[in-house]
Design a protein around this ligand. Structure first.
Ligand SMILES: NC(=O)C1=CN([C@@H]2O[C@H](COP(=O)(O)OP(=O)(O)OC[C@H]3O[C@@H](n4cnc5c(N)ncnc54)[C@H](OP(=O)(O)O)[C@@H]3O)[C@@H](O)[C@H]2O)C=CC1
Ligand SMILES: O=C(O)[C@@H]1CCC=N1
Length: 271
């Protein structure tokens, strides 16, 4: 199976909210024909109505190559029956739902169906996401490769060794963009508290976080070296890092608590 099978047999996107839209934008920008995509969503947003050829809330194709499930975990009970008839055929199911285990989809579609659980993130909307994948026993190399091809159109892809890693992955990269956006908010607020006007503080914080992110991506040096490159002895950065790197009240213990809370919520959702 390759991307031609998606073009020919079609892709069904079940749920097209924030994450589904982020991926769909990336696929369409990458050349996937809109006529190959069937979107099922009870209240499709305006931008979807304007895409010529898109099969919006149309009948299901007979034998789509892939169904991508992007509804909230709490909506699965309502949403899955709509596509359950595709189970056991030649369709690959890929779910991006946090905390919904592969076993739940095997119950819905049958254990004979190839099912892949994926955890993407919203930078997919600008082709800069990262998605982690793990498949069930029926997901062979061709299925994994197809999911990898599709998701690599919107960023990086990694394969996991076990489904148990998914809770921690969700805590780091699935939810992670929110931590970074909050970092921008916090830096801007602190700049304002130091006397800058709001607009200037936000502009400085946004450019600094995105610029540092790009440098971290492109540089061959690890983040620790990039950090040291900013830090002059007894300078301003050293003064700030003394606060941020405090082992009791600094960023590492705070981030550990935040990611532990996200992973715990992911586990809770799977109960
Ligand atoms: N947002 C993110 O950063 C990430 C999200 N995820 C996962 O992606 C999934 C979707 O999250 P997100 O996009 O944020 O949520 P959204 O609420 O933005 O999107 C879900 C969409 O599904 C629609 N929907 C509700 N019921 C049905 C149904 N029965 N059939 C079809 N569509 C339905 C919703 O419509 P309506 O709004 O009308 O209810 C909405 O448009 C979740 O499982 C989440 O865990 C994974 C990684 C990152
Ligand atoms: O907050 C959530 O539950 C989803 C999963 C990862 C990012 N957003």
């Amino acid at each position: 199976m390759d991307m031609d099978s998606i073009r020919e047999r079609g892709l069904v996107l079940l749920g097209c909210g924030k994450m589904g839209s982020a991926m769909l934008k990336g696929w369409l920008a990458g050349g996937l024909p809109s006529a190959s995509v069937t979107v099922l969503d009870p209240k499709p947003s305006d931008w979807l109505q304007g895409i010529e050829g898109l099969r919006l809330n149309a009948d299901l194709p007979d034998n789509p190559a892939l169904v991508l499930i992007a509804v909230k975990p709490q909506m699965m009970g309502d949403a899955l029956p709509r596509i359950a008839a595709l189970g056991g055929g030649g369709t690959l199911f890929v779910s991006v739902a946090a905390g919904t285990p592969i076993a739940a989809f095997e119950n819905a579609f049958g254990a004979d169906s190839p099912i892949i659980r994926a955890m993407p993130n919203t930078p997919a909307a600008v082709g800069r996401g990262i998605t982690a994948l793990i498949g069930n026993a029926k997901a062979g190399e061709d299925h994994m490769a197809l999911a990898e091809r599709l998701l690599s159109a919107v960023g990086d892809v990694v394969r996991l060794d076990s489904e148990a890693q998914m809770d921690a992955v969700t805590g780091v990269s699935g939810s992670g963009p929110a931590y970074v956006f909050h970092l921008i908010e916090a830096m801007a607020a602190a700049g304002e508290a130091e006397g800058l006007d709001r607009e200037l503080a936000l502009r400085l914080a946004r450019a600094t976080v995105s610029g540092a992110g790009e440098l971290a991506r492109l540089s061959e040096d690890p983040p620790s070296v990039l950090r040291e490159n900013v830090t002059s002895p007894n300078g301003t950065t050293a003064a700030a890092l003394e606060v941020l790197m405090d082992e009791n009240s600094g960023l590492p213990p705070l981030m550990a608590r935040a990611i532990r809370a996200a992973a715990a919520r992911s586990k809770e959702l799977s109960q």
